[in-house]
Design a protein around this ligand. Sequence first.
Ligand code: LRH
Ligand code: MN
Length: 388
Amino acid sequence: MTDIASVKETLRSQRIETPSWGYANSGTRFKVFPQEGVPRTPQEKIDDAAMVHRLTGVAPAVALHIPWDRVDDFGDLAKHAAEQGVALGTINANVFQDNDYRLGSVCNPDPAVRRKAIDHLLECVDVMDATGSRDLKLWFADGTNYPGQDSIRARQDRLAEALHEVYDRISEEQRIVLEYKLFEPAFYTTDVPDWGTSYAHCLELGPKAQVVLDTGHHAPGTNIEFIVAFLLRAGRLGAFDFNSRFYADDDLMVGAADPFQLFRILHELVQAGALSPASGITYMLDQCHNIEAKIPAVIRSVMNVQEATAKALLVDMGALAAAQREGNVLAANAVLMDAYNTDVRPLLAEVRTDAGLDPDPVAAYHRSGYFERIRTERATGQQAGWGA
Ligand code: LRH
Ligand code: MN
């Protein structure tokens, strides 16, 4: 029988990191639709992340993206975050927006461009030293668009050389988390296209290098929970970029497009006891709210992760193990579907109420007047986006 008290305890101790860029303007190559009340500074992004934490109780850290969140004094920024009740989390490097990176950053054929890219990665480690962040998240847009454009092998050598230099720079408390992505913006080869490539580079580097699994970065039909189970077994699953998609890297709210897939992923994590902060896995949202109101979208996304987690925690593991042992396929599947088909919203409302929070964080947000306040306060000035 499932121990509801421990389920509630696990839900209370869940930690979801929200992305600073999820609060800023974002869009597609076709259009970026600005929204009222959007932050203008990293401080205001952090304020919005803190509001999400105040309402959900499980989002105590905000990830930064450099240079989008560059400030003169990151120590000050960390103080501002602490005053707001949140911590600065994963530091995301950005070697995908500079004109020099047309043919790649750390994989670029030009050693001067590679040097420039590596120097940015090293600058991000300096930022981590100032913010107290543990993880340097590396995603490379690097790749080619046409066969013959460059040597696939040589680009891997360049990538490994850059990763080793950064790996040697990070401290014993810090980690490199290496993200993979099947394609986009490159459309023929991507230099870190899949979990296997990231895993292999992490093994080559050492124990401080782990794989980031972005749920939107796989070929359609990929069994993501298999990758989760495999990397958990290998002890190399460092972080998640949670979002959802119908087609490509859509960066939609996690759980919106395929809540059953999210449940299956959480089922693997629960079985491995990988939810607790002690597991060392960072659970981050990596989303773009191109047309929907941003703060309620982040709150809804946190709730979607909580719902998938609660359902996974309600799986009767004893009955499942027995059915699997007996080879009773239908019974085993039924155990999982029973949990998935359980309405966990009353349980989560209780967990929030027990924690002194409103059982419905989205409704609480709309009642708070926060949006009306920021809409007025932030009516002037340059809104933040992917540009700056
Ligand atoms: C690349 C990515 C990466 C981030 C960016 C915002 O698609 O997933 O994690 O740097 O989105
Ligand atoms: Mn990502």
